[in-house]
Design a protein around this ligand. Structure first.
Ligand code: HEM
Length: 460
């Protein structure tokens, strides 16, 4: 049986200039095949040393045991600064800890339940929007998943749908921003010398400024509503009214703008990528698609019933398996704050430590049949063991994705709603190939054909 698409590995030994060129095009296909078997690999260049760690013990050390000794690299901050300022995604140390103390309560389990009706509404809206496209003609599905994921963020954060004038502008500007900054990963990942030009074009800076101006308006309006006692009870209000239990401080408007920018970026790009790849996989494996559709037909109830999510087990396992094969954030970079010794090798202070969900999730010595799509694997011994030790689509440890719980409700729910309404089929002339932009996307988009599913009358 055909396997899910995987980028070809680069030839074994390529000169540095060629590696950098390949890296600029796509960090996934720039890597050699041995990374799918190695526990650790070292990259030496005149500018930097970089260590990719697949060994679960090393990953634990960096992310869970001593995360303060492996901060986010300054390059990541530089790469994303025009848009994200000092958001929680890029800060370190005390600033980061304070920001998480204020943000985390908004994403706790109980609050997730409160956001559920907004997610449901976004799902219904997406089903309605897709109706016009369900003609059997090819549809670029990433654009659609991006739309619904952005809608979820606006509805849960600010209680406004994507059709709201400001929300629609933010969404449009983000698309322009991504077009202006196609190689965001390069500047972010490579510790190039100071004289090396950074990749912020004039257009990148302009679109980032526009987005921040729009978000500032949303945030300032919300502050006024909070003061007037008329603010809706959503994620933005929760975050803006939460005081840090240690310092007693709340976010000032500017710092909140940084956080909203990252919620929007991290929250919609990632979920959009995950949902698009999941639909593609379901089109490749129609048997699984039918199982998701049937589960949804029986299991989906109403916007008020949060409990239904835990019953969407097939949708959850399918989504999980899709996050394994196509982790939206393919690699994460940290910096060694002091000299280290990894697997008998000396790691210098300042070296880059790369943790790669992409490689760990397809590691040949960890996962059985790593390149195959099998949502049933999570019920096997190997699947359970790997889920604990070799699965990190949301990272792990203290810096784990703030939205992990949120995304694991949103993903299966949207999947169930979309697949209940439509059948998704491959477009043979347009096969997808993963490529890493800000997240893992289709090289030329992800194309599918949609047709309405036979609507069955719901059971009494
Ligand atoms: C399928 C969906 C998602 C995936 C796969 C994902 C993945 C990740 C990963 C891997 C990181 C760590 C990055 C690093 O350390 O370099 C991260 C961080 C983060 N994510 Fe997500 N994410 C998703 C959805 C969301 C959502 C829905 C939100 C918010 C609404 C969100 C907000 C954040 C934030 C704020 C951080 C920074 C956390 C910190 O550094 O302390 N993410 N995410």
């Amino acid at each position: 049986m055909t396997q899910p698409p995987k980028p070809p590995a680069r030839p074994k030994n390529v000169p540095l200039w060629q590696y950098l060129r390949l890296f600029r095009q796509d960090i996934l296909s720039a890597q050699p095949a041995r990374l799918y078997r190695a526990w650790m690999a070292e990259f030496r260049t005149p500018f930097f040393r970089s260590y990719l760690c697949n060994d679960p013990e090393l990953v634990d050390l960096v992310l869970k045991e001593r995360p303060d000794d492996f901060p986010k690299s300054e390059r990541v901050r530089e790469g994303l600064a025009p848009l994200l300022g000092n958001s929680v995604f890029v800060t370190n140390g005390e600033t980061w800890k304070r920001q998480r103390r204020i943000i985390d309560p908004a994403f706790e389990g109980g609050r997730l339940k409160d956001t559920f009706p907004a997610m449901w509404a976004a799902g219904e809206s997406a089903v309605a929007r897709l109706d016009a496209l369900a003609t059997g003609d090819p549809v670029e599905i990433e654009a659609e998943t991006s739309h619904v994921a952005a809608d979820v963020i606006f509805r849960t954060l600010f209680s406004i749908p994507i059709e709201n004038a400001v929300a629609a502008q933010v969404f449009a500007k983000f698309k322009a921003h991504q077009r202006a900054q196609p190689v965001v990963n390069l500047g972010a990942l490579l510790p190039l010398p100071k004289w090396f030009p950074r990749f912020h074009s004039g257009e990148t800076k302009r679109t980032a400024r526009d987005i921040r101006a729009l978000i500032t308006k949303l945030t300032a309006d919300r502050m006024a509503e909070i003061e007037a006692g008329t603010a809706p009870d959503d994620l933005a209000t929760k975050i803006m009214t939460t005081a840090d239990p240690v310092t007693g401080e709340t976010f000032a408007t500017e710092e909140m703008v940084d956080q909203v920018a990252i919620f929007f970026l991290a929250g919609h790009e990632t979920s959009a990528s995950a949902l698009a790849w999941t639909l593609y996989l379901l089109a490749m494996y129609p048997g699984w698609q039918d199982r998701v559709a049937e589960e949804a037909r029986v299991g989906l109830t109403t916007a008020e019933d949060f409990g239904q999510v835990s019953k969407l087990r097939v949708a959850r396992d399918v989504f999980r398996e899709s996050l394994r094969l196509y982790p939206p954030v393919p690699m994460m970079v940290r910096e060694a704050a002091c000299p280290e010794r990894f697997r008998g090798r000396d790691i210098g202070k300042g070296a880059q430590v790369v943790l790669s969900p992409w490689h760990q999730h397809r590691h040949e010595r960890l996962w059985e049949r790593p390149d195959e799509f099998d949502p049933g694997r999570f019920g096997t011994e190997n699947g359970k063991m790997c889920l604990r030790n070799a699965y990190m689509p949301f990272s792990a440890g203290q810096r784990v994705c703030t939205g992990a719980g949120f995304a694991m409700v949103e993903g299966p729910l949207l999947l169930a709603m979309l697949v209940r309404a439509y059948r998704f089929d491959l477009v043979p002339e347009k096969p997808a190939m993963p490529v890493a932009h800000l997240t893992v996307r289709g090289k030329d988009g992800i194309w599918l054909r949609l047709t309405p599913r036979q609507r069955k009358t719901p059971e009494p």
